[in-house]
Design a protein around this ligand. Structure first.
Ligand SMILES: [Ca+2]
Length: 319
């Protein structure tokens, strides 16, 4: 079977690095581009980090298209997560700047071009705030139909968020963009922290990673310390959540998860700004609601966490 063409929209980010490396070790997918976005770091640094990670992987043949520097509503007061991933986004290692440059095209233009080139064939794996994807949807009315699938890491479905009790970080980064994506009519699969919080790399796993000869394992052990100490402080746990690589696995092996389907809307104001609200359709409301007659999406509900962690570990340790 031909590998599935994927574009990873990313804000690297320590777990983004894991996801990108995992993709390179997965014969089921072919990475045809990276697009960058603010989130863990500002967009300019996300682009640098994406280029750096491609150089680490020896995959400088893959284009990087720089994404938006502002939210869909042109907000510039962005929340970044340097306290999770380090000031450089990659564990405060001060790696030398990459030699490569992003392509001239914007992330949204690149997404639109590739979706037109391979209609129905491309999966976007969105691992940061959804601004680039929303821009592509707004710029090209055919994008939602042309794109094969959008697998996104975002949302906290029926659980507390990780920015505040209401909201998860990627959705909080651009709630307006997220709402555009959720009701775009595209084939969307959302993986929220209700699922990714079950996939944990423990201290023991990290030791295993350190003992492996794999190039990616060695690199990751260099950058993981900041991420582990953040989790220790924030969650009192000895391990880290594997958010981004777990979401990527939906594109690789969807059968590791179960899903439900329905309309998701995103709260864009007030104290619950960024809240993802799934209509479980257990009631037929008398009134027309903001969910009525909107396109549905799939939302991951359960995960075979043991299999997910094993697959991520095995592939990252592969030399
Ligand atoms: Ca990310």
């Amino acid at each position: 079977m031909e590998p599935k063409k994927i574009i990873i929209d990313t804000d690297p980010g320590i777990d983004d690095a894991m996801a990108i490396f995992l993709a390179f070790k997965s014969p089921e997918v072919e990475v045809i581009g990276l697009t960058t976005i603010y989130g863990n770091v500002y967009t300019t640094l996300a682009t640098k980090n994406a280029l750096h990670l491609l150089e680490v992987a020896g995959r400088t043949d893959i284009p990087v298209a720089e994404g938006s520097h502002v939210t869909l509503t042109k907000a510039t007061k962005l929340r970044i997560a340097d306290f999770v991933h380090g000031a450089d986004g990659l564990g405060n290692q001060n790696f030398p700047p990459p030699k490569g440059k992003p392509i001239e095209q914007s992330a949204a233009a690149f997404l639109i071009e590739q979706a037109n080139l391979y209609p129905g064939k491309i999966t976007v794996v969105a691992l940061g705030p959804l601004t680039n994807i929303a821009l592509a949807i707004q710029l090209d009315p055919a994008f939602a139909k042309n794109i094969g699938q959008i697998v996104l890491l975002g949302g906290a479905f029926s659980v507390n968020g990780n920015v505040n009790p209401a909201t998860e970080a990627n959705i909080f980064g651009d709630p307006e963009a997220a709402d555009v994506v959720f009701i775009s009519g595209a084939d969307v699969v959302a993986v929220g922290i209700n699922v990714t919080h079950q996939a944990i790399m423990t201290d023991a796993d990290r030791d295993k990673l350190a003992q492996s000869n794999g190039k990616f394992a060695q690199y990751l052990c260099q950058i993981l310390e900041v991420y582990f100490s953040y989790h220790h402080d924030a969650y009192a746990m000895r391990g880290v959540y594997l958010h981004d690589p777990t979401a990527l696995l939906v594109a690789i092996n969807p059968s590791l998860f179960t899903y439900t389907e329905g309309v998701v809307r995103v709260q864009t104001s007030g104290i619950t700004r960024g809240l993802t609200l799934f209509d479980n359709r257990q009631k037929r409301f008398a009134e027309i609601t903001e969910w009525t007659d909107k396109p549905t999406v799939k939302v991951a509900v359960t995960v075979d966490a043991k299999a997910v962690v094993k697959l991520i570990m095995d592939r990252l340790m592969d030399s």
